[in-house]
Write a protein that binds this ligand. Structure first.
Ligand code: NAP
Length: 317
């Protein structure tokens, strides 16, 4: 090979080495990773995650010489994967399905709302210790303010779902003293458990009219129809809409023009709920803005500096 072709070949190899793989695994964590991956998202599946493009854009913009990558980590691999990142050079990880609840038992410490929500979506490494945070609720609050120009405290909110995302959103609504909160879930017991957990935050007086300030209901037509007339914001915190062929968790005929609809599911196309809401004449958005804001909050936890919001927004647009 001529000297100039050798040079090109070496440059190509170097570039190849410096580019992160699409998805890393537990085996990669064990053997050590080149280039300098110091952050990531653990999940299974994880291929769909938009966090790498958002966080890598922020790192580059802030001239932080690190990379953020996807890690496909199964349920049974979580403990070992979390042990393997207990290194001084590792900054932190995001957790997504199915680890947000399972990771709780491996934390060395956590902010107060993590235990109250019962789910963790951000881990920061500090001297080899795993500290847990949950940025979903605060990310949701910022997203609602940005999308609809309203604060949660001025809203009557109905959340569909009672899993990890719903619990984070419900706690945020409660902390911001929303007008009223309704939890609608397929399994009513889970909705009741959530309202029981939040009861102490709803003890203050508020002007309400004939409806309860905090209420759990089944995901059934009659109950939903009644509540839609008595709420301002409807939130989908179920995975309904994530997969092709899913139907809307609330059909168009039950929605009304006065409601705002926030679908925590995000996709490039309209989600089934967003389509149903628009058909009913309501304002509706998907969960991309919540993804953005929970991501900026994570960046701020890891680096103790303001996240470049517009750079991160452009990266996921
Ligand atoms: P999760 O803990 O598994 O909870 C799922 C909840 O959805 C449960 O209450 C479940 O009801 C209900 N559910 C599941 N399938 C349903 C269906 N087909 N119809 C009606 N209800 C259904 O999940 P999660 O962690 O809370 O996440 C929920 C969704 O939120 C995710 O899929 C994701 O799209 C979204 N999310 C978005 C962001 C963001 O940044 N935009 C952040 C976090 C989560 P049962 O109790 O009856 O099983």
């Amino acid at each position: 090979m001529s000297p100039s072709r050798t040079g090109i070949f070496l440059a190509k190899m170097k570039r190849k080495r410096a580019t992160a793989k699409e998805v890393y695994t537990l085996a990669d964590l064990k053997k050590g990773i080149d280039p300098a991956i110091r952050l990531g998202v653990f999940g299974d599946p994880v291929e769909h995650s938009l966090s790498p493009q958002m966080q890598n854009a922020a790192l580059k913009h802030c001239k932080i010489d690190m990379q953020y990558a996807r890690f496909r980590i199964s349920r049974s691999e979580l403990r070992e994967a979390l042990d393997l990142i207990r290194k001084p050079e590792f900054v932190g990880v995001n957790l997504t399905i199915p680890h947000k609840i399972a990771a709780l038992e491996f934390l060395d410490g956590a902010e107060e709302n993590v235990m109250r929500i019962g789910a963790v979506n951000v881990i920061k490494l500090e001297t080899g210790k795993l500290h847990g945070f949950n940025t979903d609720g605060r990310g949701f609050s910022r997203a609602v303010r940005e999308e609809f120009s309203v604060d949660l405290r001025d809203l009557r909110v109905m959340i569909v779902g009672a899993g990890g995302a719903a619990r984070a959103i419900a706690l945020q609504c409660a902390k911001e003293n929303c007008e009223r909160l309704v939890i609608a879930n397929r399994t009513i017991e889970k909705a009741q458990n959530l309202t029981d957990d939040l009861r102490d935050l709803f003890s203050g007086p508020r002007v309400l009219g004939p409806v309860a300030r905090l209420q759990a209901i089944p995901l059934e037509e009659t109950a939903i129809r009644f509540q839609v007339a008595n709420v301002d914001l409807i939130v989908n915190a179920t995975p309904a809409g994530l997969n092709r062929g899913d139907s809307s968790p609330i059909p168009s005929r039950l929605l009304a023009p006065h409601v705002m609809v926030y679908d925590a599911v995000y996709s490039e196309k309209r989600t089934p709920l967003v389509s149903a809401a628009i058909e009913a004449g309501a304002r509706a958005v998907n969960g991309l803005s919540m993804l953005l804001h929970q991501g900026t909050l994570a960046f701020e936890i890891w680096f103790q500096r303001e996240a470049p919001l517009e750079v991160m927004r452009a990266a996921i647009r």
